[in-house]
Design a protein around this ligand. Structure first.
Ligand SMILES: [Zn+2]
Length: 411
């Protein structure tokens, strides 16, 4: 066995015995192996030792990390065992995950690359299809999730949704506010999805949740209110500011349409160009944009009023909590009588949801960690998982944002 010691080290093989090393035609390296006696006849699910059943489908191969420029495969018998709990299954092998045609090191490296490099880099370097990368990520994520309890010790949550594939598919995300980690992601954005998460959390841990930040969506707040008795719901400032921006945009569009219909083409054109000036933070405006705003102030009073309303609402989140509440009251009074329909409507919404907004101000909580996870998932989907079923996106998200990515093999 001594003659294989170098091979064993090179392959990073543990708990296995090398029987033969052969170079096949085309420079493919095939290493015949068998598990050490102690590792034989174990169930892949519970690791329990089981009586043998049959020889299964005979010898099979697992793709290992390339050695230099050569493909490398491990080859071994794949007998089946009969587990008391899991029935007849192919026996576990120490070098690979159950149901995989790749070795553990190979899969770990694929995951690390999928998290840290581009789609083309991982597929070309590892000489596998992109689809296969998705499957590997799913398998490794499932294994890591089974090993760790990501929901342990959760007290403050952020819940949000993200659309993958241009609004056709949605994922619900749950982020731990304290660590900023993604702890759960699931396809769908409805009550049933949130219920599924709460089922997983269990009654006892639901009671320990003290804070949930989210947007003003009934499908989130409904189940949380019913099943997390100690949780305070906070409406996330980002969403509130976004609602104000949407209202501003609605006013801008109305004014623009009116101008166009009245044949004021110059004004219409100006308004169309004003979008960025209206949206930006005042202290980040360029000279040209400042000029544009000044023009609007002179020629278009309603639009400028909408702009000020929007900026004022943003201010609420920049001052301390005591001032913020007074400012919010003043804002509501102003918005109610501003004669701009979208803002009157927004004032109504805010009045109705005031408790959640105040809670967010009081706790100084923002959905920033959730937004960050959201942005990063968007990047992940853009990197090429968009063509995949959502499970591949979720797996990659959990690997990179849930901290589940295994280290590079041998490190
Ligand atoms: Zn078993």
């Amino acid at each position: 066995m001594r003659r294989f010691r170098v091979w064993k080290t090179l392959l990073g093989l543990r708990r296995a015995v090398i029987e033969e090393v052969e170079l096949e035609e085309g420079g493919v390296l095939v290493v015949s192996v068998r598990p050490k006696a102690r590792e034989r006849d174990r169930c892949p699910h519970c690791r329990r030792r089981c009586p043998g059943y049959d020889w299964g489908e005979g010898r099979r191969r697992w793709r290992a990390l390339d050695l230099g420029t050569s493909f490398c495969f491990l080859e071994a018998e794949a007998p089946r065992v009969r587990c008391r709990q899991h029935g007849v299954v192919v026996a576990a092998v120490p070098w690979a995950r159950h149901d995989s045609n790749f070795t553990r090191s190979f899969e770990d490296q694929v995951c690390w690359l999928a998290v840290n490099t581009s789609k083309t880099a991982v597929a070309e370097l590892m000489r596998i299809a992109w689809r296969t990368v998705g499957w590997i990520c799913e398998r490794v994520t499932a294994e890591q999730e089974a090993k760790r309890d990501l929901l342990a010790g959760l007290t403050r949550l952020g819940i949000d949704e993200i659309s993958v594939r241009k609004g056709q598919r949605y994922l619900t995300l749950v982020v731990d506010h304290d660590s900023g980690r993604l702890v759960w992601a699931h396809p769908g954005r409805d009550r049933a999805t949130v219920e599924k998460f709460l089922d997983l959390l269990g009654e006892e841990r639901c009671e320990r949740i003290t804070l949930v930040s989210c947007d003003m969506a009934d499908w989130i707040t409904g189940p949380i209110g019913e099943r997390c008795p100690n949780a305070e719901v906070c409406y996330d400032p980002f969403h509130l500011v976004k609602l104000a921006s949407d209202a501003l945009d609605e006013v801008r569009r109305e004014v623009w349409n009116d101008a166009r219909r009245a044949g004021q083409t110059v004004l219409a054109k100006e308004l169309k160009g004003a979008r960025f000036a209206l949206w930006k933070n005042p202290d980040r405006l360029t000279e040209r944009q400042k000029l544009k705003l000044a023009q609007i102030q002179q020629t278009n009073k309603p639009l400028f009023r909408a702009y000020l309303l929007c900026q004022q609402l943003r201010m609420i989140y920049r001052v301390g909590c005591e001032h913020a509440l007074a400012l919010l009251d003043a804002w509501l009074a102003w918005a109610r009588r501003c004669r701009l329909h979208p803002f009157v409507k927004l004032a109504k919404t805010i009045t109705k949801q005031r408790a959640g907004i105040e809670a967010a101000l009081h706790h100084g909580l923002s959905n920033a960690p959730v937004e960050q996870v959201n942005t990063q998932i968007r990047l992940i989907t853009r990197r090429g998982f968009g063509y995949h079923p959502p499970w591949a996106v979720i797996a990659l998200a959990m690997l990179s944002l849930g901290g589940l990515c295994p280290p590079l093999p041998g490190r």
